[in-house]
Design a protein around this ligand. Structure first.
Ligand code: PMP
Ligand code: GLN
Length: 383
């Protein structure tokens, strides 16, 4: 998002949440839940404050959280990162992404991402003075073309930055695509950085597969996640990454000068969350799946053509059938037209794909059922 003058444009999420607030619209723009997460987690933070966990925590994170991150990876994926050397707690996934790219990417190095891409990717690649190459997600299901991948990943590629499940499209990578990415990373000696913040938000019986579990991937993969999505604590900014010890050390060297450390009372609370029974994790996916179906059908009734995301908490709606072919313009007018805020998909794209997807809007469905019903009813006024 560095423009031609090298300045950073305001993030779309700040702009759209401000618009929602100033127009009292339903905010389906920025992705954050409108309900609190598990009481055990909230109580653990209160207790940690009362118990005095209010000063700087250790640089890599509090031991109880490092252990909980490792145990969670073993329980769900059979991975066993060493808590002392292969895990790093960060100020949200956002800092994990920034510290990782700033540590690994030198000026002129290429970073390959899927496109559309989460907005911080483009900004941080710019801050690192890297070159951003993209692989477009195309077609009704936003899939990856393998020839596009082979063309994009070359000896110039330093990092392949994935997001699986994917924001904003909800795509979950298929096994053949994951395997090809690992093969190309090995052939071109690239590091895989995999942003898996939606790891527990998969639908229709799907199970998340971290790319680090594939043969040959573990030794060159940085896996990033966050407590924000899984425990509905986006404001706490507790994220983490797991990677081989040498990569963690390189990333820590940057992270110490970004935030140093963060969130001491929230770290043990997220550890409590990571230890919740399996039923909690399957429960949040089942609840969100119903919300996905509800918003999808509301948007379809309102006249949009709607994607069917496999994961994440976003749905992509095409406004072209309603006669709106510019989603940027539509999103600015949507508060007045329907009292709802969404985000144009073009905010996640470079110019070419932005033009192709110009009539598409991202709506978040991580909201209370009655809010999604109200939004659907209001959007029906667009017809
Ligand atoms: N990556 C993706 C794909 C996201 O959607 C988000 C959402 N906010 C983040 C990273 C940032 O996560 P955090 O809030 O933990 O910084
Ligand atoms: N991940 C959320 C989204 O995509 C929020 C991002 C943010 O506020 N930076 O909407």
């Amino acid at each position: 998002l560095l423009d031609s003058h090298g300045t950073l444009a305001p993030t779309i999420f700040a702009e759209m949440s401000a618009l929602a607030a100033s127009t009292s619209s339903i905010n389906l723009g920025q992705g954050f839940p409108d309900e609190d997460g598990p009481v055990e987690v909230l109580e653990a933070a209160r207790k940690a404050i009362t118990d005095g966990a209010n000063q700087y925590p250790p640089g890599r994170g509090v031991p109880i959280l490092l252990e909980a991150i490792a145990a969670h990876q073993e329980r769900f994926y059979g991975l066993r990162p060493d808590p002392g050397s292969e895990v790093l707690v960060t100020a949200g996934a956002t800092e994990a992404i920034a510290a990782t790219l700033l540590a690994l990417v030198d000026a002129g190095d290429e970073v390959v991402t899927l496109e559309p891409f989460y907005d911080s990717y483009g900004a941080v690649i710019g801050l690192a003075r890297g070159e951003h190459r993209t692989v477009p997600l195309r077609g009704p299901n936003f899939t990856v073309d393998h020839d596009d991948l082979r063309r994009a990943i070359t000896d110039r590629t330093r990092v392949i930055l994935l997001n699986d499940p994917h924001n904003p499209t909800g795509t979950v990578l298929d096994p053949a695509t994951r395997a090809l990415i690992v093969e190309l990373a090995e052939r071109h000696d690239a590091v895989i950085v995999s942003d898996e913040v939606y790891e527990h938000l998969l639908f229709d019986g799907r199970k998340h597969v971290p790319i680090a579990t594939l043969p040959g991937a573990g030794s060159r993969t940085v896996t990033i996640s966050s407590g924000g999505k899984t425990f509905s604590t986006t404001g706490w900014k507790i994220g983490w990454l797991t990677a081989p010890a040498t990569l963690v050390s390189q990333i820590l060297a940057v992270k110490q000068f970004l935030t140093y450390v963060n969130g001491s009372p929230f770290q043990p609370a997220i550890a409590v969350g990571l230890g919740l029974p399996d039923a909690y994790f399957t429960g949040i996916a089942a609840t969100l799946e119903r919300k996905r179906d509800l918003l999808e059908s509301g948007l379809r009734s309102a006249g949009f053509e709607v994607s069917h995301p496999a994961g994440s908490y976003f749905v992509v709606a095409d406004a072209a059938p309603l006669g709106f072919d510019d989603a940027v313009d539509l999103c600015r007018r949507l508060p007045a037209l329907a009292g709802v805020v969404g985000v144009p998909i073009s905010a996640f794209c470079h110019a070419d794909l932005a033009a192709e997807l110009r009539s598409r809007v991202r709506f978040a469905f991580c909201k209370r059922t009655e809010v999604l019903e109200r939004a659907s009813a209001q959007l029906a006024a667009l017809r």
